[in-house]
Design a protein around this ligand. Sequence first.
Ligand code: 5AD
Ligand code: SF4
Length: 464
Amino acid sequence: MSKPFDFELERLTRPSSYSGMVRGARIGQRGTFFLETFGCQMNDHDSEKVAGVLLSRGYRQVETPEAASLILYNTCSIREKAAQKVFSRLGEYRAKQSDGKVIGVLGCVAQQEGEQIFERAPWVSLVCGSASYRKLPEMLAELEAGNHRVTGLDTDTDETFETEMTRRDNPWRAYLTIIEGCDKACSYCVVPYTRGPERSRASDSILKEVRQLADLGYSEVQLLGQTVNSYADPTPRKMCFSELLLAVADVPGIRRVRFTTSHPSDFTPDIVQAIESQSRLCDHVHLPVQSGSTKVLRAMQRTYSRDEYLEKIEMMRHAKRPIAITTDIIVGFPGETEADFEETLDLLDEVQYDGLFSFKYSPRPNTPSLAMNDPIPEEEKSRRLAILQEKQREIQAARNTALVGQTFEVLVGGKSRRENQWSGYTTSHRVLNFASQAKELLGIYVQVRVTGAGPNSLVGEHAV
Ligand code: 5AD
Ligand code: SF4
């Protein structure tokens, strides 16, 4: 899918949204930190929580590594390129360590590479995977005591990372992890290794946080998990995912509830019924298919066939209100023939997705598919990716064009440097850029009439 905005926007932040929560913290006594994040929304949100832990311990966040005494790098290893970036970035940090800075690696590369990071980059002092974040305060205490080799690499945990304070980056949409780790075993994926087994958060703790968020003025929450719809409440209340969705939507002040990422095998009719019955649940589902060929899906260990996946799509297409559907696709998985790829293209025609994230297969350490024969040459992967993306571009252009003339509610999240130009998301998660004479619209819900469309966004005018 496209980047959130088509043109450069001034992203206004509202730092006061969390300042009330740091009362009593000894701000500024322990030095400064710089935190850079790569990867998925789960990583973004983990970083918000890590920042919260540091702020509540008296650290101050700064904008540049130069200004920081502690540099933290929250990493991604889902594809090789992302992991390589980490080591080149660590090389850049090396020089900075000479002036007594402490450097730490967090996230998936930390978990995957473990203590080898100390060998490859001896200037690093902290290596901590996401399953160990709840021990961060102790690890920070060790660093503060001068320990130069601090690690948190356990994944055999049934706990989730909950913290008193979270420093949220987006002033209107709050992210909330409801399930961590993954118990699926897709043959190409590092996540089960880097994030550990599936752990669901207690429903009362989730709902308490949602109420706090509503009190702070957030009207949109996005529930996060690698397989968010596999949620299983560990408390005696035993809420299932759709019950949790409805309970979150019932919290006074909450106007939009999103969730990502759903796994097709656990995508059950009650989720669609919940969306139908409650308009505060957004009409958008991200349902990664990965391939349109049942043979490739089997090799990927995706636990569903093409037809079973299409049944889930049918279920959504028959819903009482339209639901936007987006997906992830990997091209060039080992053994993917031209005919398999054609099946993926054919699936795009059949489903008519509203958005697509597409990737070239990248062999990853510790994954079963690493040992699979018949690798697809890099140029062939690139060719397939380009064909896939071009097809999807046409589909999106047509789908968006069909919306011209309709009016949608938009949560305004951006303001252009150009006068009277604003931008926001519809509940179906489309970007809508629009003109309005209003003085201030940021964070407000407005009605916008669509006047034009491109493959990645809509344009419109404020309907008053
Ligand atoms: N190579 C390419 N893409 C991958 N993804 C996960 N692992 C790999 C890999 N080894 C993609 C999947 C997943 C998305 C987050 O990243 O499409 O849904
Ligand atoms: Fe990875 Fe599959 Fe789990 Fe998604 S469901 S995180 S692709 S193992």
